[in-house]
Design a protein around this ligand. Structure first.
Ligand code: ADE
Ligand code: ZN
Length: 350
C-alpha cells in the first residue's frame, strides 16, 4: 500500500491525533460555498437584505439532517443565495483559508459553482475576483498556497456549462481547472464530454465528482470520456475490481470526504467507511472536507474522527494520506517536494 518508500518509525497510538493535526497536508476537495457557516449566512443576509426561510442560526443548523446528496444540495443552494458582492465572496474564502491554515493545510484547491450565482444575476467577475483576491491575500499574509477550480452543475444542460466556461474565459488566469458537481445519479459524466474537451484544449486541469452515490460506470466514463486527472469521492469503486486495478495502476487520486459520506448516508456509520480498503489496495486516496460548514468539520476533524472510528488505521496510513494529497495536488513540483520533505520531518520527529 505504500508508494512512498518511507517506513515511518513506530508511533504510539496516543500520539496519532496530534500528528494528524500537525502534519502538512493538501485539501483537494472542498466547495467554497460549503464553507458558509450559519452565522455567516445570517450576517450576509442582513448585510445584503436577503430574506431567509429560517428564523435563526439554530433553526438553520437544525435543518442540517440529511438523508442523501439531494437533501443536502437543496439547503446548500439556499444558503449560497446570500452571496451578492465581491466582498461577500472574499470574506467567505478568507474565513475558510483561516481554518485551513489552522489545520496545517499547506495547499488548498477550492471548488466554486459560478452557475449558482450567475443564475441569480451575480456577475462572473464578482464571483471570481472576490475569490481570487482572497487566495492572493491569504498566500501573502499566511503562506498558504491556494487555487480555484470552476465546477459545472451537472443537473443543468451541457449547453449551460459551455456558456459558463466561455463567460469565465476573461478570467482564465484566475482558475487552474474545471470540475463537475451537484446531483450525480442520472447525470453521467459523458453528458459533459464537449465542455471537458474544450477545457482540456484551454490547458485547464480536469476533475469530476464520480462514484459518490453513482455507480462505478460513472468513474470509468469520468476517466475515459472526460479524461479527468482525479476523481472526487470515488468510494463506489470498490464494487468493480477492474476499476480498482486501473485506479491503482495509474495512481488516479480519489478525493475522499469522510464526514460528508457519513452525513449523506453513503456509509451507515463512519466506522463502516472503506478508506482503509482503498489505501490497502494501493489507491491514492486522500482526505478532504467537501462542505465543512454542513458536515461537522474541517480538515483536521475529518482526519481525527476518521482515525478514531475506523479501527485498523495507523500512522502509516496517516502519512500515506498526507503524502497522496500533496502528490495529487496541481501545485508546482518544487512546492510539492518541499511539503513532502516537511511531512517526512514531521513523522521523523514524532
Ligand atoms: N456540491 C457541493 N457538495 C457536493 C457533493 N458532495 N457532491 C456533489 N455536489 C456537491
Ligand atoms: Zn464535493
Amino acid at each position: 500500500m505504500n508508494a512512498t518508500n518511507f517506513e515511518i518509525p513506530a508511533i504510539d497510538a496516543t500520539r496519532l491525533p496530534g500528528l494528524l493535526r500537525s502534519m502538512p497536508k493538501a485539501e483537494l476537495h472542498m466547495h467554497i460555498e460549503g464553507s458558509l457557516e450559519p452565522e455567516m449566512i445570517f450576517r450576509l443576509a442582513e448585510r445584503n437584505g436577503v430574506k431567509l426561510a429560517y428564523a435563526s442560526v439554530e433553526a438553520l443548523r437544525e435543518a442540517y439532517a440529511f438523508t442523501d446528496l439531494q437533501s443536502f444540495l437543496d439547503i446548500y443552494y439556499a444558503g449560497a443565495s446570500v452571496l451578492l458582492t465581491q466582498q461577500d465572496f472574499y470574506d467567505m474564502a478568507r474565513a475558510y483559508l483561516d481554518r485551513a491554515v489552522a489545520d496545517n493545510v499547506v495547499r488548498a484547491e477550492m471548488f466554486f459553482d459560478p452557475q449558482t450565482h450567475t443564475e441569480r444575476g451575480v456577475a462572473m467577475a464578482t464571483v471570481i475576483e472576490g475569490l481570487h483576491r482572497a487566495c492572493v491575500d491569504a498566500e501573502r499574509e499566511q503562506g498558504i498556497s491556494a487555487a480555484l477550480i470552476l465546477c459545472f452543475l451537472r443537473h443543468l444542460p451541457e449547453e449551460a456549462a459551455l456558456q459558463t466556461l466561455e463567460d469565465a474565459l476573461p478570467f482564465r488566469d484566475r482558475f487552474i481547472g474545471v470540475g463537475l458537481d451537484s446531483s450525480e445519479v442520472g447525470h453521467p459524466p459523458e453528458k459533459f464530454a464537449r465542455v471537458f474537451a474544450r477545457a482540456r484544449d484551454l490547458g485547464l486541469h480536469l476533475v469530476a465528482h464520480a462514484g459518490e452515490e453513482g455507480p462505478p460506470a460513472y468513474i470509468w466514463s469520468a476517466l475515459d470520456v472526460l479524461g479527468v486527472e482525479r476523481i472526487d469521492h470515488g468510494v463506489q469503486a470498490v464494487h468493480d475490481p477492474d476499476l480498482m486495478d486501473r485506479l491503482a495502476r495509474d495512481r488516479i487520486a480519489l478525493t475522499v470526504c469522510p464526514l460528508s459520506n457519513e452525513k449523506l448516508c453513503v456509509f451507515p456509520t463512519l466506522a463502516d467507511h472503506n478508506i482503509q480498503r482503498l489505501l490497502d489496495a494501493g489507491l491514492a486516496a486522500t482526505v478532504n472536507s467537501d462542505d465543512p460548514a454542513y458536515f461537522g468539520g474541517y480538515m483536521n476533524t475529518n482526519f481525527t474522527r476518521l482515525f478514531e472510528q475506523v479501527p485498523g488505521l495507523t500512522a502509516q496510513h496517516a502519512y500515506q494520506l498526507a503524502f497522496n494529497s500533496i502528490e495529487a495536488s496541481f501545485a508546482a513540483v518544487a512546492d510539492k517536494q518541499r511539503w513532502q520533505v516537511q511531512l517526512r520531518e514531521c513523522f521523523e520527529r514524532a
